[in-house]
Every structure is written in C-alpha cells, then in structure tokens.
Design a binder for this molecule. Structure first.
Ligand code: FAD
Length: 404
C-alpha cells in the first residue's frame, strides 16, 4: 500500500518537498497530497519589483493545480485549521486528512501588531511580506511619485527577513533618480541590526563595508541598532531618536508561525514556529517534519535590539530536500542524512546587484563568504527569476545549488 504524505503549503518548501519525493518514489509507493490556502505559487523574491512597479503579481505566479496533477500528486485548495499529531490527522475548512508523514511548510504570519501603525490594514505603515500587502505598497509608491516626500525603509525589532528592506531602499532610490525626483525624497534606512549587513546571520565577509559604502554613495541615511516603536501617517518613531519624517514607511515586521500551526497542541513554540532536529523531524511527533520559514531557529548572536535568524528561499529548498529524502529513506527502512545549510543570494540594487554566498549560513563558517557587486549580478537575478518560474510551472526543479 502507498504511504500517505501530506504537505502543508504550496510555496518553496511545499513544492520542493513534493517534487523531491515524486522524483524518488512513484505513485505506487507514495501518495502525495499538497494542501495550500493560496491556489497560486508566487515567486516571493520578486515582490520588491512588484512594489516598485516593474512586475505584476500575474507575471510572477502560476496556478499550483496543473503542475502537481502532471506529477500525479493531488492539490487541495484548502485552509488548514489544525494538526493532531497524535492521531495523525490534519483538519481543514473542507475535510480531514489522515497521513503517515506530514511536512509543515506553511511559512509565516506577519506580526504587524508588534509595531503600532504597521499596516496595511492596521495603520499607515507598509510591508512587502505577502502579495496583497505588496500591491498596497505599490499603490503607495505610485502615490509617492505624484506627491514626493520623505521615506523611511527598514525593519522592526525581531525581524528576520531584512534583505528585502535593503532591496526596497536601493530600488526606490534608483526609481526616484530615474524620474529626477530623488532630490525631493530624503530616504532613511532604520534597522535593528547592530551593523549594516548583519542580516540576522552575524554578517558575511565584506557585506558590511559594501552596504555602508552603497548607502552613503546614494545619500541614504542609516541608523543601526534602532528600534522602531510606532508608525504614523507623517513619521516613524525610533526609540532614543524621536520621530523621523516619513510619508511612505516601509517596515519589515517580526514573524511568527501561522495560526493553524501555532494553535495545534504540542506542535510549535510560543511564537508558532516548529522546533526540528537535523533531519527537519519534529522531536516528539512521529512522522511530522517542518521546513522553511515555519521552522524555529535560534538567533545567530545576542544583539542590543533583537534580530532573528533568516530563513531564505534557498535555505527552505535545502530543508525540503533533506526532509523529503529522509521520508524516502524511512519508507525503505533507513534514516536520511543531515546536511548544513548554505546560502547563495543576490540582492538587487536597482542598477546593479550584490552576490553573497555563505557556507554554512551560521558562523563560524568553513568558507570565507563570497561578496561581489556588479551589474552582472542584477542580470543573474533577473535570469534566475525567469528560469525558476518556467521550471516550476513545468514541473521541474532547478538544482538548489544554483542559488538566488
Ligand atoms: C519580500 C521578500 C523578498 C524575499 N527575497 C528573497 C530572495 O531574494 N532570496 C531568497 O532566498 N529568499 C527570499 N525571501 C525569503 C523567501 O521568500 C522565503 O524563504 C520563502 O518564501 C519561504 O518559503 P516557505 O515555503 O517556507 O513559505 P511561504 O513562501 O511563506 O509559503 C507558505 C505557504 O503555506 C500556505 N499556507 C499558509 N497558511 C496556510 C494554512 N493555514 N492552510 C493552508 N496553507 C497555508 C501558503 O498558501 C503558502 O503556499 C524573500 C521574502 C520576502 C517576504
């Protein structure tokens, strides 16, 4: 009888786990059901481009159902409400699903409530953490081009996904310079990081010096070890500094696990993230795995203002491959192999890019981090987006070693 694998989430973690499993075990060995709240896969790393008007959401997303069907997996467009790890059952808004193995890849919930005024919805602040929030941010950016004024871009205390804040600061600067409006828009970058380029992973080689130089060159003021405490329609309040004028405030929030995971008994920590071992297995619940942003990870170091450990798309795919291979090994009566996570990424700066490779992600590292800046890296990022979307839509997986 085929083993039942249930995958929660249809993004980098969920899709990669489904593909790796199917690549190794046919439908007669494993029955794969992927449940996701959103019927489409969105290439989240391109959301900053949607915010700045160079992409639409349609251009960076596709329906999940077709490629999954082609792989002989089942797609269930449902919202998970709870996970009973003792009974091995997942409840959704439509059904109950029993499983032998479960992969939780439900990503994050934006804890916008951590900073009063951080919207959208709850206040005037903006964030690029999801497609609807990004569309709302894109409207605010269009408004800024009509009515220029000061801007704050940054991250709230406890944030872990800080790279997109840098991309948005550089991207906005570039857009405004192209429109010859930059002289009307003072930009301030405010971050909880103890130094620029810490990125929640303790920094990486020469990235600090590079980012300091790049922000200074572009007249973007910056404040590190700073705690944003409130956002209003006209300013961003920073502890110990006071209000910084801002008519469009873009602030990355701290993250938590999604409600269904956070509220399932015995599954997650108080923030709603799932603790896992080196094979991404839950330490107590048999057959349960978690990958991607849903996973609990300790901060890299202690900082004056809290900064959490990043979980990039590239890292998410590696976790999903390790978990899927462990499931395959267990089906065959063996155990899988753990591996350290590395990360390759390209940060877009509007007119050029910065490539960064860390191995492993958490210091101390076996290799001196590679950091390189140039126009070619922006072209690499543009090409990678196209190649990734084409492959994922047609049921292929780019080797994670390619990086992004
Ligand atoms: C603006 C931005 C830019 C980024 N840029 C980069 C980059 O350049 N490079 C990089 O490597 N990483 C980047 N990242 C990080 C990367 O996007 C994440 O690491 C990645 O999306 C994590 O994938 P995931 O599968 O864990 O979760 P997510 O992508 O968050 O997906 C979660 C999935 O779970 C589903 N889901 C959630 N709740 C439920 C529920 N209750 N029931 C059913 N389904 C549910 C959702 O529908 C979705 O399919 C960026 C992130 C952001 C926000």
């Amino acid at each position: 009888m085929a083993v039942r694998v249930l995958i929660l989430g249809g993004s980098f973690g969920g899709l990669t786990a489904a593909r790796e499993l199917r690549r190794r075990l046919g439908p007669e060995r494993v029955e794969i059901t992927l449940i996701a709240r959103d019927p489409r896969f969105t290439f989240i790393p391109s959301l900053p481009w949607v915010a700045l008007g160079s992409r639409t959401l349609d251009q960076i997303s596709f329906d999940l159902a077709r490629p999954l069907l082609a792989e002989q997996s089942t797609f269930a467009h449902e919202t998970v409400l709870g996970i009973d790890g003792d009974r091995k059952v997942v409840s959704t808004d439509r059904a109950e699903h029993a499983y032998d193995f479960l992969v939780v890849a439900t990503g994050h919930r934006s804890a916008n409530e951590a900073v009063p005024g951080l919207g959208p919805g709850d206040g005037p602040g903006h964030s690029p953490m999801s497609p609807p929030e990004t569309e709302e941010l894109a409207a605010a950016v269009r408004g800024l081009l009509e009515n220029p004024g000061p801007v704050v871009v940054g991250a709230a205390p406890g944030a872990s996904c800080i790279g997109p804040a840098y991309e948005l600061a550089f991207g906005l600067d570039h857009l405004l310079r192209r429109r010859r409006l930059r002289h009307l828009v003072p930009i301030t970058f405010v971050t909880p990081e103890p130094f620029l380029g810490h990125l929640g992973m303790g920094g990486a080689g020469k990235i600090r010096q590079l980012l300091e130089g790049a922000l200074e060159e572009r007249d973007i003021a910056y404040r590190t070890s700073s705690a944003i405490t409130r956002i209003s329609a006209a300013a961003v309040e920073v502890e110990g500094v006071g209000p910084i004028p801002s008519v469009v405030s873009i602030v990355i929030p701290p993250l938590g696990g999604v409600a269904a995971v956070a509220s399932s008994p015995g599954l997650a920590n108080p923030k709603g993230f799932v603790a896992v071992d080196s094979l991404y297995r839950h330490p107590r619940l048999d057959g349960v795995y978690a990958v991607g942003v849903a996973v609990a990870m300790a901060p890299a170091d202690e900082t004056t203002v809290p900064v959490n450990f990043p979980k990039t798309g590239h890292m998410t795919e590696q976790m999903a491959v390790i978990a899927a291979r462990d499931i395959v090994a267990r089906v065959g009566g063996r155990d899988g192999k753990p591996a350290e996570l590395s990360s390759h990424c390209v940060m877009d700066m509007g007119d050029r890019g910065v490539y960064m490779a860390v191995d492993p992600v958490r210091p101390p590292r076996n290799r001196i981090p590679a950091v390189s800046e140039g126009r070619r890296w922006r072209l690499v990022k543009l090409g990678f987006e196209r190649a990734y979307l084409w492959s994922a839509r047609h049921g292929h997986r780019l080797p994670t070693a390619l990086g992004w």
